[in-house]
Design a protein around this ligand. Structure first.
Ligand code: ZN
Length: 107
């Protein structure tokens, strides 16, 4: 499994393709394929068959998997599109930090 530069819950910005500049939250990651699902980005229309009484058929918009390399994390502190850095804490654990402002890269 490849290490990903973004993880679930991160706010990311699209850096290439038709939706460049859009921002959203990472809903799911697939490290095996290096892909991510980002809220409101790369929407695809699915045709859904009615299943039972509660589920109606029709068209449904859903996020589609996209390459993680097409997104960059957005820092929750300085709001800039940034790169992820690492800081080693005193207890030896690594913390993901913003390369621009140095603050913890978690929302
Ligand atoms: Zn920052």
């Amino acid at each position: 499994m490849k290490k990903m530069h973004v993880k679930k819950g991160d706010t990311v910005a699209v850096i290439s393709g038709a939706e460049r500049g859009k921002k959203g939250k990472v809903l799911l990651t697939n490290p095996t394929e290096g892909r991510v699902l980002v809220e409101g980005i790369n929407m695809v229309t699915r045709h859904v068959r009615p299943r039972g009484a509660t589920e109606k058929g029709g068209r449904m918009e859903k996020e589609g998997w996209m390459f993680a390399s097409n997104v960059m994390p957005v820092c929750p502190h300085c709001k800039k599109v940034t790169r992820r850095g690492f800081k080693i804490l005193e207890n030896g654990t690594k913390q993901r930090v913003c390369k621009k402002c140095g603050k913890k890269l978690e929302s």
